[in-house]
Design a protein around this ligand. Structure first.
Ligand SMILES: Cc1cc2nc3c(=O)[nH]c(=O)nc-3n(C[C@H](O)[C@H](O)[C@H](O)COP(=O)(O)OP(=O)(O)OC[C@H]3O[C@@H](n4cnc5c(N)ncnc54)[C@H](O)[C@@H]3O)c2cc1C
Length: 554
């Protein structure tokens, strides 16, 4: 145990926001962000300075840890702050407010599965809540120690020392990977073998395999392999009641799937320590096109046709006109579809040709020369990084870096996502935009535009992802921003579910989506989940308050 030094091997992680301390916005990027804040605030808003560790006064840990566990436990302010919150708008704003009422008492850094089991055993006996922590990129309150008053203390259990690819089965094209590996760590170990998991959430840099499995995260494949679920072959989970390991099988009809029970369990059933994952060969062929449509209705009809064609595009991001304008890939008059195919095995000309016929049936227009260049053998991986596709991709990767500065400037900027069947999409799309814009107008007094893109598509419906920015405060009073955000969040949870969508397609439930989850899920199912939790976690110490009520009440 150390008073000063961090026990983290990720000690360069920014404790209050996104990224590492040596990654800053360029002066040009910062100017652009300040410019857009000024437009929303109609003048220069007060910019709150970034927090420093010494700004926080953390209460001392409420319990002592047993001597046997002490070497892996830290109570340094840096470690406790990193593990106090995730990376939602509310999390960043509370860091800027220097308001962290509930830091974890201790942060545990286990180095083995036995360490994890020992922590769970002690915590179960000592009434200490344990929050599994991967990369901490949760945007729904999943890693926050908000466990109520019924626990003696809270430990955040960080899996970062379990980050290795342990075994590769080249014949079945699968690997056994430890749950604490961040996206780049995992891909870096697979690359020399010519393999990839190819699960690329926007948060890839700062999220882990275990976090992806625990939250059913969504990667960059727009169709077919949309969620991490599709890549999981088997899992190994340490629970307070013992180790739950599933068999490696390509498929099985033997009863309800135990993997499916752990996938999406958000840390309430156990700590996932490793998984066998299905891998891909690295793609050799890539083709992309940017297609524009005169109306959103045309674009939606085209995407529906694509989703039902069996072509299964890798990328099928439809940006509505407002989203296209916000991402600088259009003037806001047309919807833009960023379409892409990739393969490790075969050229993609036939796929792209048929896809372009389908979009042309719905008034889609595209640059034939650019498509031809993207298909050219010597340009297989370059063209798709240019044009609207490339511009959109760059904006997508930089967005989390811009958000910290926007928060400091009093701007509320957030997203919410859902999924809906095609027959109800139009009602949901119009309804969400109208009602959310109305709610934001009432709460913030601003006329804001809610924009939409599709992140994933299925034959029976899309996963729409909505974004908005509004003025929280121009005076630097960030508690006003936070209060307004909370009102907007409650409204969007309710609106999306009322219009038939799910409260989340891939961001998970955590604590912030509980109100929507309770509206959409059956009480009987929540009761069954509570019973499973009682069997695996009899003392109810694992991530209390996520998904269902602490101690099992549904
Ligand atoms: C800028 C940004 C972009 C994002 N983009 C995407 C995206 O494209 N797709 C997407 O799906 N999500 C996205 N997210 C949300 C987030 O990255 C995902 O939910 C991700 O899967 C969380 O992984 P993590 O390792 O950071 O988990 P954490 O945030 O550490 O934890 C998330 C939840 O999983 C539990 N958990 C973590 N590890 C384990 C484990 N080993 N065993 C048991 N439970 C565990 C935690 O207790 C918590 O409930 C984004 C977030 C941000 C901030």
């Amino acid at each position: 145990m150390s008073d000063e030094a961090t026990l983290s091997r990720r000690s360069k992680l920014r404790f209050y926001g996104w990224g590492y301390v040596d990654e800053a916005l360029s002066a040009e990027e910062a100017d652009r962000v300040r410019g857009s804040a000024q437009r929303l605030a109609r003048g220069a808003p007060v910019e709150v300075p970034v927090p420093q560790i010494n700004d926080f006064e953390l209460p001392p840990p409420r319990v002592a840890v047993p001597a046997a566990l002490a070497p892996m436990m830290s109570a340094t302010p840096y470690d406790r702050l990193v593990h106090s919150l995730g990376k939602s708008f509310a999390d960043i704003v509370r860091m800027f407010l220097r308001a962290i009422p509930r830091p974890p008492d201790w942060v545990a850094f286990p180095k083995s599965e036995d360490d994890v089991a020992a922590i769970l055993e002690w915590a179960s006996g000592a009434n200490v809540a344990v929050i599994p922590f991967g990369g901490g990129s949760s945007v729904c309150g999943g890693v926050e120690p908000a466990v109520g008053d019924g626990y003696a203390a809270v430990v955040s259990l960080d899996l970062q020392y379990l980050w290795k690819v342990l075994e590769i089965d080249r014949i079945s094209r699968a690997a056994r990977i430890q749950a604490g590996a961040l996206g780049p760590e995992l891909e870096g170990q697979l690359k020399p073998h010519g393999l990839t998991l190819r699960h690329f959430p926007q948060s890839l840099q700062l999220s882990t395999l275990g976090g992806w499995i625990a939250t059913r995260s969504g990667g960059h494949y727009a169709s077919l392999y949309t969620h991490i679920d599709d890549f999981v072959e088997s899992t190994r989970t340490v629970t307070p009641s013992g180790i739950l390991e599933t068999r490696r099988l390509p498929g099985s009809g033997a009863g309800p799937s135990p993997d499916r029970m752990m996938i999406g369990s958000e840390g309430i059933l156990g700590v996932i320590t490793e998984a066998w994952m299905r891998l891909q060969d690295r793609p050799r062929y890539q083709a992309s096109a940017s297609i524009s449509f005169p109306t959103m209705a045309n674009a939606v009809a085209a995407v529906r046709a694509l989703s039902q064609s069996g072509l299964f595009p890798t990328n099928c991001r439809l940006l509505d006109p407002a989203e296209a304008r916000n991402n600088h890939v259009g003037d806001g008059s047309r919807a833009i579809l960023v379409l892409g195919f990739e393969s490790a095995d075969h050229p993609l000309d036939a796929w792209m040709r048929r896809a372009l016929e389908l979009v042309a049936d719905h008034r889609g227009a595209y640059d034939t020369d650019a498509v031809a260049r993207s298909l050219a053998p010597d340009n297989r991986t370059a063209e798709h990084r240019q044009g609207a596709a490339g511009q959109w991709r760059n904006a997508f990767i930089r967005m989390p870096y811009y958000r910290d500065l926007l928060v400091a400037l009093g701007i509320i900027t957030d997203t919410f996502e859902t999924a809906i069947t095609w027959d109800r999409f139009e009602t949901l799309y119009e309804g969400v935009r109208e009602r959310t814009q109305g709610a934001i107008r009432e709460i913030c007094g601003d006329d804001v535009t809610v924009s939409c893109r599709f992140t994933h598509i299925y034959p029976d419906g899309p996963a729409p992802y909505f974004s908005y920015s509004a003025l929280g405060t121009s005076t630097g009073d960030l508690s006003t921003s936070l209060a307004k955000w909370r009102q907007i969040k409650a409204a969007t949870n309710e609106i999306v579910v009322a219009l038939g969508g799910t409260v989340t397609h891939h961001h998970a439930v955590g604590r912030d989506h509980r109100s929507g989850y309770e509206l959409q899920s059956s009480p009987l199912f929540r009761h069954a989940l509570a019973a499973a939790k009682a069997a695996l976690d009899p003392a109810g110490i694992l991530n209390p308050g996520v998904l269902i009520d602490p101690r099992g009440a549904s």
